[in-house]
Design a protein around this ligand. Structure first.
Ligand code: ZN
Ligand code: ZN
Length: 469
């Protein structure tokens, strides 16, 4: 009886032992137990650190606005090189990127009749100047770009076109795409309809009175007219005036200049891998900003988050694969740094094992998405499991929404990831004078750094590399 009991007991012990072995095995095919405990330590330390805050504070205070081709941009490049070196990155280098340079001198607007009042306006990037006294004409309002496009050829002859489309507020920023079309092409379509000037409701969810700038373009063979945006409050006011049914005349005065080709630099810092130094994780943001604010949310935060995350990901020693932080140049003028990066590094893009850009402000990350080959999914699931305690939810393995600077890398099947921030408030500040450091919450920044550090550490140190699809 006793013997039988003992054998049952030992069978139970054996079963529980083998169960543990199976559990430990199922727990990770890609990482040792020591590595998994390092992930947790890295997370804890990142959640306690203000390294990213110190970086974004330094960048926005000591450098300030960083519009491509300006002295601020140049100072930003020097700042980044010095910071990478001071933080102990093994390799630090720059790569040139050229872009069409544009600068803003001044901008103002007012309603001339039926009443006299100021409008809060900004020139859109690339806009031509008006004559010194501004351009004065009657306003013709359209609901959105599509309505303007379908208008008769001379519908806006001699007038200033006003597109009054209001973007939707949304955690994912889904309202941006439909709204931004009027910023990018509005002045072209307005000119095709005979307009002498173009003003739009800002691409904005804000209730404040700042206007939002952003890139706009002209087309070969279409007359260039002034391209501008007014604040939400001013767009409401202009709409009410037009709705009164009497002619509304406004004056827009923009002084700006295209300056030919400018040059800036992608700034790159790398912690070199011990086993597979050529293979690398690529994280980063864009170093440039618009000129109106100090580019704290767009994209000082992304710069700070990814620089700090690389530091934490290597806290426990040299990674197996390299961890590279790329601070892209001239994103705001049209992804010029990213395009130059893809071209200059075309032969080695296949060495990227995971890429993610932080360029959506400084709020907490809530979602994780991948775009990888199915064979890499077990590893991605392990990363997702480590992000889950930070309330980051794994969404899916499809075309991951990731930063704009990764768009030129897409044709090269780079394994791309999105660590999606909550963007509910992002378009209150985006591209305005109100994009300043006080909008950054240090606690939320730590959460971002911890998430990126986990991601970078795991992608760099896994047994096998992640492959794209
Ligand atoms: Zn940005
Ligand atoms: Zn931007």
């Amino acid at each position: 009886m006793k013997k039988r009991f003992t054998s049952v007991l030992s069978a139970l012990i054996l079963a529980s032992l083998s169960f543990n072995v199976v559990q430990a095995h199922a727990k990770s095919d890609n990482f040792s137990a020591e590595q998994l405990s390092q992930v947790k330590e890295i997370k804890e330390q990142a959640l306690e650190s203000d390294l990213a805050w110190d970086l974004v504070e330094s960048l926005t205070t000591q450098v300030g606005p960083r519009m491509p081709g300006t002295p601020g941009d140049e100072a930003g490049v020097a700042w980044a090189v010095a910071k990478f070196k001071a933080m102990g990155f093994d390799k630090v280098w720059t790569e040139p990127a050229t872009f069409p340079k544009w600068i803003r001198y001044s901008e103002s607007a007012s309603v001339v009749s039926p009443s006299s009042q100021e409008l809060h306006i900004t020139a859109l990037g690339n806009s031509i100047s008006t004559p010194k006294a501004g351009i004065e004409a009657q306003v013709i309002e359209f609901e959105n770009l599509a309505e303007l496009e379908s208008a008769a050829d001379n519908a806006a002859k001699g007038k200033i076109v006003f597109i009054n489309y209001r973007m939707d507020r949304d955690r994912d920023g889904n309202g941006y795409g439909p709204a931004v079309k009027a910023r990018s092409r509005g002045a072209v379509v307005a000119a095709q309809k005979g307009a002498v000037g173009y003003v739009m409701r800002s691409v904005s969810t804000a209730t404040h009175r700042f206007a939002h700038t952003g890139g706009s373009h002209y087309e070969e063979g279409v007359t260039k007219i002034v391209s501008s945006a007014i604040s939400n409050a001013d767009a409401d006011q202009l709409h009410r005036l037009v709705a009164l049914g009497k002619p509304v005349t406004i004056n827009i005065n923009v002084q700006a200049k295209s300056m030919g080709e400018g040059t800036s630099y992608n700034v790159i810092g790398e912690f070199t891998g011990s086993e597979f130094p050529k293979e690398h994780v690529l994280i980063g943001g864009h170093l440039d900003s618009w000129d109106l604010g100090t580019g704290a949310l767009d994209d000082g935060a992304g710069i700070a988050i990814t620089m700090a995350a690389a530091k934490f990901a290597t806290l426990k020693g040299q990674p197996k694969r390299s961890i590279r932080v790329v601070l892209f140049a001239a994103e705001e003028f049209g992804l010029w740094g990213a395009k130059a990066y893809a071209k200059a590094n075309e032969k080695t893009l296949s060495n990227i094992v995971a890429a993610a850009e932080s360029d959506f402000g400084a709020d907490k990350i809530w979602a994780f998405e991948s775009n990888v080959h199915a064979s890499s999914l077990p590893l991605v699931n392990e990363i997702a499991a480590m992000l889950k305690p930070l309330n980051v939810e794994y969404i899916a393995n499809n075309a991951a929404r990731n930063g704009p600077d990764l768009i030129p890398l897409r044709p090269f099947k780079v394994p791309a990831f999105a660590l999606s921030q909550d963007g509910t408030d992002y378009f209150d500040y985006h591209h305005t004078a109100d994009d300043t450091l006080d909008k950054v919450d240090p606690a939320k920044l730590r959460h971002n750094v911890a998430s990126y550090a986990i991601f970078a550490y795991m992608a760099a140190n896994a047994k096998t590399r992640i492959i794209g699809k």
